[in-house]
Design a protein around this ligand. Structure first.
Ligand SMILES: *Cc1c(COP(=O)(O)O)cnc(C)c1O
Length: 451
């Protein structure tokens, strides 16, 4: 029997991974979570120490895909999705920096997008179906999704981005793709792009177009993000030895990957979820009352400018509570258990900048703003709980070359652009422009789906 996934809102029927992935959001607007977490044994995890990343990915993900994807196929998907290095650099004695920035768009979002696109493509082909994926992006998600779904048969991708709010390299990573990928520069803010996409999903005039989304609430993006925690532990810890992870967090998908790994049996001493000025979660963890931040606050770590982390409903559910999609707490989670496992802190822009500087001065390792938030959060935690002899992994979620101005201001020089990004930056751009009017977007979608 395939593993079933149920909705955090508890009003939709449980479905298998295939349905959960294709639906994205459950019909009751909740998020899918597995009914139980499959476990990895001590021996299975001990064997990871000698295995390459793609093989660990296969052994972890196959626990969820039983009866849905044959092992040989999943293995081939992992091999092609994860064909880039995952460096763990030593910071200090047993503290490591895991760079999740070597994928095609140089952010950690490649890990999820690459696997999700392969699963999507496979399921659609089995059904003989076609979909159009609509994505609104503030930068990194659009690029990762566009690259992952590029040339996947049966899928058309339309990415909306705020014309004036993405960096040049972020824009180029999306707009040089052609074929089944179309990017649209919207004369508006990220919120406008998101509102236009949401309205399209609800518009009866578009009922004839099969629309889908690839945003961070999809379970297909969450599960692959558990793999790099198993991988990191296998490289920096003895088998069975608990690890500390410090994760810069916005929508909490990355940190939920660590929670999933822990639920599957990975020994984790602490998950440090550091946020920028959007501090709804650390306040909730401390007080037990949740107030989302609206509108979200701008900060240097712009991929984490999230006022209401959408994956919070999943974290609350894992700890026995219930939160609906608006952020309303239906049932309080076991806060003490959550506090035992998770630490959270808010890092200001000033501390983000000084984090980049200190890290470079002290360790000669370069961080960008998101990684600096992870570093400062780690320092806040060690101030209340000594690290002792535990291994710790700081997660760097993007390549410093994606934030050249911010980094240059601090260290005095611009970071090298990695070769995987260089290739994209040299290709000619091609994108459409649009005002932030929904009716324009609707006409655009209808026009592109004629015939
Ligand atoms: C998306 C993103 C984050 C935040 O990840 P969540 O899963 O939303 O918490 C952090 N850093 C970078 C560079 C990102 O692109």
């Amino acid at each position: 029997m395939a593993l079933l996934f149920h909705s955090t809102n508890g009003q939709s029927p449980a479905v298998n991974l295939r349905e959960a992935l294709l639906l994205g959001l459950a019909p009751d607007r909740g998020l899918y979570l597995p009914e139980r977490f499959p476990k990895l044994s001590f021996e299975e995890m001990a064997a990871f120490a000698k295995l390459p990343y793609h093989e660990i990915a296969f052994r972890v993900l196959s626990k969820f895909t039983e009866d849905i994807i044959p092992d040989a196929d999943l293995s081939a998907m992992c091999r092609s999705a994860y064909n880039f290095p995952v460096p763990l650099e030593i910071v200090n004695v047993r503290v490591f920096l895991m760079r999740l920035d070597q994928g095609p768009t140089a952010s950690f979002k490649d890990f999820a997008a690459q696997m999700m696109a392969r699963m999507f493509g496979r399921f659609l082909k089995e059904d003989g179906r076609q979909v159009t994926i609509l994505t609104a992006t503030s930068g990194d998600t659009g690029a990762a999704v566009a690259h992952a779904f590029h040339k996947i048969p049966g899928v058309r991708v339309i990415v909306l981005f705020p014309a004036a709010e993405v960096s040049e390299s972020q824009r180029k990573l999306m707009t040089v793709l052609k074929d089944n990928v179309r990017t649209v520069a919207v004369d508006g803010k990220f919120d406008d792009c998101q509102a236009m996409v949401k309205q399209a999903f609800a518009d009866p005039a578009l009922k004839h177009i099969p629309l889908s989304s690839a945003n961070s609430i999809n379970i297909g993006r969450l599960l692959p993000q558990s793999v790099y925690y198993f991988y990191a532990a296998s490289r920096v810890a003895q088998a069975g030895e608990p690890v500390v992870f410090s994760i810069p967090s916005g929508n909490f998908g990355d940190m939920m990957g660590a929670v999933v790994a822990r639920e599957m049996g990975l020994p984790v001493r602490k998950i440090i979820a550091s946020v920028n000025d959007n501090d709804a979660f650390p306040k909730f963890l401390a007080s037990g009352s949740y107030e989302k931040i609206s509108p979200s606050r701008n900060s240097l770590s712009n991929a984490m400018n999230v006022g209401h982390p959408s994956n919070l409903a999943r974290l609350v559910a894992v700890y026995g509570g219930q939160m609906d999609e608006t952020g309303q707490l239906i049932k309080l989670p076991y806060l003490n258990a959550m506090r035992r496992d998770v630490f959270s802190t808010s890092i200001s822009d000033a501390r983000t900048v000084s984090g980049v500087r200190e890290f470079w001065n002290n360790f000669q390792l370069l961080l960008e703003p998101h990684g600096a938030v992870a570093w400062q959060g780690f320092q806040d935690w060690t101030a209340v709980e000594p690290l002792g002899n535990s291994p710790a992994v700081l997660v760097e979620t993007a390549n410093p070359a994606k934030f050249p101005e911010e980094v240059e201001k601090v260290v005095g020089w611009a970071p090298d652009v990695p070769t995987n990004m260089l290739a994209s930056l040299r290709l000619p751009e091609d994108f459409d422009r649009m005002d932030a009017e929904y009716s324009t977007f609707r006409d655009y979608l209808i026009e592109r789906h004629k015939g």
